[in-house]
Design a protein around this ligand. Structure first.
Ligand code: AMP
Length: 399
């Protein structure tokens, strides 16, 4: 039985039709039943190319429709019941589970079985799942390597490989594990790689493990979705807490609040909870089950507010997010763009509020350079704004 349990939200569409993409009638029907009318740009470009067996590098991030862009051709090209013939390497547990849901859905008409192998969950249960002869493995590199070393999974029949969010896997330090995992794969195979950016190490990965890939670039780097309104709240350090309260009380939609460290996430979560806010938190010190509960509670509207760290929130695909608050300014411009991308998914609109102090001025300038315009200086009721000083040298020497 096929279940349409995939996350849904508006995405950029092309004027192409899924009829033109050479999908089998079963997969065409599966797409139809999801209510998808047009392929996204990445799907229109990648699906027919991948179906011919060309390796591909897709420059695309979550929200572009990339998961279906690789899942559909993989399901179509693989023969079920031949052992593990499909492998997807993913950076985080959340993305792994989201990706597996696509294979469960699209693979159903061909009776294909997918398993997810992620750290933090019981390895014995995963061994039981592996004994049921899956066709496709979706895994984080570390846990997959554990299984390879224990001999509980074999990858010598893999014909279809996807490296998903390669830049993100690189950020998380997974490159050595990826290299080790890929040694277990046959040389003869079809490989697709997806990445939002192309740092040198990701380029090297592509050169080493892909053959003459077709490159599909749909997201100019540094661009955030056009439906986002960016606001800046400059406050004194002591007023950060007042600012978050005021923002949470005045913007009422589902809100994702970013903090820098796991301990900050716990701290802010407890404060907001004590004050009666419907809040949850997401960071990597929590158990897998706690993380999944936090996510589903937020997705389903039981908690309006989710306090998260960058690593935990990477790749989150939650269409309902209306407001992203940077309680702590991000450490890099890429993180700002990534955080901002959690709202205004596809063609929806959203708001990104950054709470900053005078100490963050340099990062504010970098963010403004990256998004191509100044962040609108805003005030929120009950919080004294911090007044920016014109630098002394522009005022001339005083003495
Ligand atoms: P992804 O970029 O793969 O994380 O997909 C983003 C979201 O868009 C997911 O919720 C998909 O279910 C949805 N989606 C993907 N392709 C389409 C499409 N062609 N039409 C409508 N929704 C889509």
């Amino acid at each position: 039985m096929r279940q349409a349990s995939l996350p849904q939200h508006p995405v950029p569409e092309t004027d192409r039709s899924f009829d033109d993409l050479q999908l089998t009638p079963e997969l065409r029907l599966a797409v139809d039943e999801l209510g998808w009318t047009h392929p996204t740009p990445i799907q229109a470009a990648i699906i027919p190319t991948a179906l011919t067996g060309s390796d591909v590098v897709g420059l695309a991030e979550t929200g572009s429709g990339k998961t279906a862009a690789f899942a559909l051709p993989m399901v179509q090209r693989l023969e079920p019941g031949k052992g593990v013939t499909g492998l997807v390497l993913s950076p985080t547990r959340e993305i792994t589970l989201q990706t597996k849901a696509f294979f469960d859905y699209f693979g159903a008409s061909r009776r294909m079985r997918a398993v997810s192998l992620i750290g933090g969950l019981n390895i014995r249960h995963q061994m039981d799942e592996l004994r049921k002869k899956p066709d496709i493995v979706v895994a984080t590199p570390g846990r997959l390597l554990d299984h390879l070393e224990r001999g509980t999974v074999r990858l010598d029949k893999v014909r279809e490989l996807v490296l998903d969010e390669a830049d993100h896997m690189l950020d998380l330090g997974f490159m050595p594990q990826i290299h080790k995992v890929l040694e277990h794969l046959p040389k003869q195979r079809h490989t697709m790689m997806f990445s939002a950016t192309m740092p040198a190490d990701v380029e090297r990965l592509a050169r080493r493990f892909l053959t003459d890939p077709v490159r599909v670039d749909i997201t100019p780097p540094g661009r955030t979705a056009s439906g986002i309104t960016h606001r800046l709240y400059l406050v004194d350090v002591d007023n950060k807490r007042a600012a978050i309260h005021s923002l949470l009380n005045h913007e009422l939609g589902p809100t994702l609040v970013f903090v820098r460290r796991r301990s900050d996430a716990e701290w802010l979560f407890r404060i907001l909870e004590r004050e009666g806010h419907p809040v949850e938190r997401l960071h990597s010190d929590l158990s897998q089950r706690e993380r999944l509960e936090a996510l589903s509670g937020f997705r389903e509207g039981r908690h309006r507010i989710l306090v998260a760290t960058d690593v935990a929130a990477r790749g989150l695909d939650i269409p309902v997010i209306r407001h992203v608050v940077n309680y702590d300014i991000p450490e890099t411009v890429e993180d700002y763009i990534h955080r901002a991308g959690r709202t205004a998914r596809g063609e929806a609109t959203g708001l990104v509020s950054t709470v900053a102090t005078w100490m963050n001025k340099e990062m504010v300038r970098e963010i403004e350079r990256a998004i191509g315009h100044p962040l609108a200086r805003c005030t929120t009721p009950g919080v004294e704004p911090y007044v920016e000083h014109v630098p002394r040298r522009r005022l001339g020497r005083r003495r």
